[in-house]
Design a protein around this ligand. Structure first.
Ligand SMILES: [Zn+2]
Length: 134
């Protein structure tokens, strides 16, 4: 894979697209955002507990000027429904998974095992489980 322009290892402030007037520009500095493929840790609150899923997509829009990412809430919501056919589920995204930090000899192992934890770079404004799946 081509190297990423936006490093996964940088902790970023996350915004939902639906919370912004214009989700094409950075809410902090007004720069034009750019989307890039990244992996994310989704948290989904079901009736019983909170489950986590790793998803990869290009629905994150990164600011070239500051550590901000805007996530397309509708698209993430669709991914949640891919795992859970429960429209009342609450979901959020905990952060970006920095797959580049996984050592070569562990790349074939299951992520999330005790000896191969998910390299999560949490958002600086770790979001609450408040997003409704519509
Ligand atoms: Zn910015």
């Amino acid at each position: 894979m081509a190297p990423k322009k936006y490093k996964s290892s940088i902790p970023r402030q996350m915004y939902w697209s639906t919370d912004l007037k214009n989700s094409k520009i950075c809410p902090k500095c007004n720069s034009l955002l750019e989307n890039e493929y990244h992996s994310y840790l989704l948290l989904v609150k079901t009736e019983k507990d909170v489950e986590s899923f790793m998803v990869g997509n290009d629905k994150g829009y990164f600011c070239p000027n500051c550590a901000v990412v805007v996530l397309d809430k509708d698209e993430f919501g669709k991914m949640v429904l891919g795992f859970h056919d429960v429209s009342s589920s609450k979901f959020t995204v905990a952060g970006i998974v920095d797959l580049d930090t996984i050592p070569e000899d562990k790349k074939n192992k299951l992520l999330g095992d005790d000896d191969n934890p998910i390299p999560l770079v949490s958002f600086t404004n770790y979001p609450n489980l408040s997003g409704d799946v519509n």
